[in-house]
Design a protein around this ligand. Structure first.
Ligand code: NDP
Length: 287
C-alpha cells in the first residue's frame, strides 16, 4: 500500500471532543442542545443507526430524545409528532430516520421539519440554500467527507473532482460542497459513459454508488484522493464501493471502509445539532 490512509475514525473522535467542549460551555449558559430522532418501523440497519446516534448524542453531553413508532403508523400521526417537536424549545435538531415505510411520502415528511431544526439537511429550503450559497444545514455524510478532504488537501480550489452517485442524500450535496470549495465537479451516475476514463482525470474521487468494489484500481489517477462513501454488507463483512486493495496502490490518499467516512456521519449530525442550537440562541456558529 502506498496511499496515505485517511483515518475518519480518529478525525470523528476529535470532532466529537470539540463538540463536547462546546456543549459543556453552552450548558454553563443554561443551554443544553437536544436532538430528537424518530424511527418508524423495524428496519434492522435503521435500528442500529438510531441506537448509535442516541448513544453518541448522550456521550457528547446533549439531550437525546428517541421516538419509535410502529410500521403501520398513519402519516398524519408522524406529521403531528414532527409538529410537536418543531414547537418544543428543548429540541434543537430533528432527524427522521430513512427509509420510511412505503405508505409515507418521504418528501412531505422531511419538509414538515422546521428547516432550522433539519439537522439532516434534507429539507428543500436547506437544499436550496446550499445550492445558492446561503447559510444552511448541510447533509452529514457529504459534510463529513468534505471535512476529511479539507483536512488532507487543504484548499480544493481548481482541483478536478468526480462524484459517482447523484442521490439527494450523498451525491448531489457532495457535488454542491465541492463546487462551493471551487473544485471543478463532474457528477457521474448509472447512465454515464466511459466512467473509468472520467475517473482517471479526477484529483478527487468520491464513490457513493452502493456496489461493493465497483471502482477499480486502474480507474484511479496516480496520487488522487479517494473518498469511499459506500457501505456494503457482504459475506466478507463491510466493504466500500472502491476496490481498496488495488486503489491504495495508486491513490495518494484513501478512506478505508469501515473507519473512513462512516464515523464522520454521526459526528457531523452532532455538529449540526450544535450549530442549530447556537443559531437558535443567537450565538455564532461553533468552529
Ligand atoms: P443510492 O442508491 O441512492 O444512489 C446510488 C447512486 O449510484 C445513484 O445515483 C446511481 O445512479 C449510481 N449508480 C448505480 N449504479 C451505477 C453504475 N453502474 N455506474 C455509475 N453510477 C451508478 O445510494 P446512496 O447515495 O444513498 O448511497 C450510496 C452508498 O453510500 C451506499 O453504499 C450507502 O450505503 C452509502 N452511504 C453511506 C453513508 C455513510 O454514513 N458512510 C451514508 C449514506 C449512504 P442513478 O441515479 O443513475 O441510478
Amino acid at each position: 500500500m502506498t496511499a496515505t490512509l485517511i483515518d475518519g475514525k480518529a478525525f470523528a473522535a476529535g470532532l466529537r471532543e470539540r463538540i463536547a467542549g462546546h456543549t459543556a460551555a453552552m450548558k454553563e449558559r443554561g443551554i443544553t442542545p437536544g436532538l430528537a430522532v424518530v424511527l418508524v418501523g423495524e428496519d434492522p440497519a435503521s435500528q442500529v443507526y438510531v441506537r448509535s446516534k442516541g448513544k453518541q448524542t448522550r456521550e457528547t453531553g446533549m439531550n437525546s430524545f428517541e421516538h419509535r413508532l410502529p410500521t403501520d403508523t398513519p402519516e398524519a400521526e408522524l406529521l403531528a409528532l414532527i409538529e410537536q417537536l418543531n414547537e418544543d424549545p428543548s429540541v434543537n435538531g430533528i432527524l427522521v430516520q430513512l427509509p420510511l415505510p412505503g405508505h409515507m411520502d418521504e418528501a412531505a415528511v422531511i419538509n414538515a421539519i422546521r428547516p432550522e431544526k433539519d439537522v439532516d439537511g434534507f429539507h428543500i429550503l436547506n437544499v436550496g440554500r446550499l445550492a445558492t450559497g446561503q447559510k444552511s444545514m448541510v447533509p452529514c455524510t457529504p459534510l463529513g467527507s468534505l471535512m476529511l478532504l479539507r483536512d488532507h488537501l487543504g484548499s480544493l480550489s481548481g482541483k478536478s473532482a468526480v462524484v459517482i452517485g447523484r442521490s439527494n442524500i450523498v451525491g448531489k450535496p457532495m457535488a454542491q460542497l465541492l463546487l462551493r470549495d471551487s473544485a471543478t465537479v463532474t457528477i457521474a451516475h448509472s447512465r454515464t459513459q466511459n466512467l473509468p476514463d472520467l475517473c482517471r482525470g479526477a484529483d478527487i474521487l468520491v464513490a457513493a454508488v452502493g456496489r461493493p468494489h465497483f471502482v477499480k484500481g486502474d480507474w484511479i489517477k496516480p496520487g488522487a484522493t479517494v473518498i469511499d462513501v459506500g457501505i456494503n454488507r457482504t459475506d466478507d463483512g463491510l466493504v466500500g464501493d472502491v476496490d481498496f486493495a488495488a486503489a491504495s496502490q495508486v491513490a495518494g490518499a484513501i478512506t478505508p471502509v469501515p473507519g473512513g467516512v462512516g464515523p464522520m456521519t454521526i459526528a457531523c449530525l452532532l455538529a449540526n445539532t450544535l450549530t442549530a442550537t447556537a443559531r437558535a440562541n443567537g450565538l455564532p456558529d461553533p468552529e
